[in-house]
Design a protein around this ligand. Structure first.
Ligand SMILES: Cc1ncc(COP(=O)(O)O)c(C=O)c1O
Length: 398
């Protein structure tokens, strides 16, 4: 499979359907297809883009402020700070948190079964990643493994809601409390917008949350974008300053060494429009996932399980099976888009080998998952016929 065909981070995610169908009369089913929902939001966004262009107000303007207000309300938090990616959202929060800690107490516990940005943000913010293993069924951070790694050196824990399924936040909190740790808890909710745990939205489940608006995400910008959510006014102010060169009181008054991570007005204008459609798009993903759950119940595949009280946003509908590579080959031959996220867990990545030596052999569940997971088509405006074709192809392959 090509890099593009295996990667929902390409800007044309429909490329994931590049496998040629065996039956020439059946069109391929893509892994995801954001083009289909364009008629719902495109015309309004085109108009909004023209208005922003003609306003000549491209940064630090009313669109970003309005988007932040709408997003905070959507998630149910006091503050949202819009930035230029989730990578920077993670980095800025961690920088604010780690600054307050002595250098020898800047460890950050996170799962290795995630996109690289979760860990690279830790390093770039001056921290040391400590990889804790994931649960074999939810594939999210295992509280027992957090308990094994937490110490007085732990500054933060970053549970990732992988594929849109909320991590066991209660378990993580309990593990920290049992160890007497005051570590900051930061949700990497890049994939989990509109996921909920006990009725509360992802992004409102910890001290802060971060989201991605990368083009393949459930809420996608026309480029890069991200946001920080929090109920902590001091942290929100700090991130607001850091995203804009550490300026607080006025221009050219730099209280802190920051960076340029601002969201621009064009992205904010587009995201404001798309946010209104998001509940319908999430509902559509959930309907596809429910049908898959029902159909796969009797097959030798294990869909990602949810912790009690959790509802997934199904950024990716993913199954686990020992025969993953054979299943992938069969689906590709049948014209069904599919992908492996993530083929190499982060504790096995060269770039982290020396930074987190303790993680090298301690995440067996993540190691197994990397060889057994496969994501299937699940997106808004997917047809019932396409869903049934995927199910039939999986059944035939198994
Ligand atoms: C779990 C996770 N964290 C962080 C990121 C980084 O997001 P961005 O591309 O907006 O920087 C991603 C993006 O794929 C992600 O999936």
């Amino acid at each position: 499979m090509t890099e593009a065909g295996d990667n929902p981070r390409v800007s044309d995610p429909t490329a994931a359907s590049s496998a040629a169908p065996q039956a020439p009369d059946l069109a391929p089913v893509p892994l995801m297809d954001p083009k289909r929902v364009y008629p719902a939001w495109g015309p309004a966004a085109e108009q909004a883009v023209v208005e922003v262009l003609r306003s000549h107000h491209y940064v630090k303007g009313p669109q970003v402020a309005a988007f932040e207000e709408a997003f905070a309300a959507h998630v149910g938090v006091d503050a949202a700070v819009a930035v230029d990616s989730c990578t920077d959202a993670l980095f800025l929060v961690l920088r604010a948190v780690l600054q307050r800690r002595p250098p020898e107490a800047r460890e950050v516990i996170l799962p290795p079964f995630t996109f690289v940005a979760t860990a690279s943000a830790v390093v770039n913010a001056g921290g040391t990643p400590v990889f804790a293993d994931v649960d074999p069924h939810t594939w999210n951070l295992a509280p027992a493994s957090v308990a094994e790694h937490v110490s007085e050196r732990t500054a933060a824990v970053v549970p990732v809601h992988i594929f849109g399924a909320p991590a066991d936040m209660r378990g993580v909190r309990a593990a920290l409390a049992a160890a007497g740790s005051d570590a900051f808890v930061l949700e990497d909710a890049a994939q989990a917008i509109e996921a909920t745990l006990d009725g509360r939205a992802a992004g409102a489940l910890a001290d802060a949350g971060t989201f991605s608006f990368y083009p393949s995400k459930n809420l996608a910008a026309a480029g890069d974008g991200g946001v920080v959510t929090t109920d902590d006014p001091e942290l929100a102010a700090k991130v607001r300053a850091l995203r804009d060169h550490g300026q607080t009181r006025k221009m050219y008054d730099h209280e802190d060494v920051g960076t340029n991570s601002r969201m621009d007005e064009l992205q904010a204008a587009i995201l404001r429009i798309k946010l209104q459609h998001l509940p319908a798009w999430t509902a559509a993903r959930r309907a596809v996932a429910a049908r898959y759950d029902e159909a796969f119940a009797t097959l030798p595949v294990e869909p990602q399980r949810l912790v009690a009280g959790a509802v997934s946003a199904y950024h990716l509908y993913t199954v686990r099976t020992a025969g993953r590579d054979a299943l992938r080959t069969a689906l590709q031959a049948a014209g069904i888009g599919c992908g492996v996220y993530y083929p190499v867990p982060l504790h096995r990545q060269h770039c982290f080998a020396e930074l987190a030596p303790s993680g090298a052999s301690t995440c067996p569940v993540a190691d197994d998952l990397a060889g057994e997971v496969l994501s299937l088509p699940c997106f808004p405006d997917m047809t019932a016929a396409e869903t049934e074709r995927v199910i039939a192809a999986v059944r035939d392959a198994l």
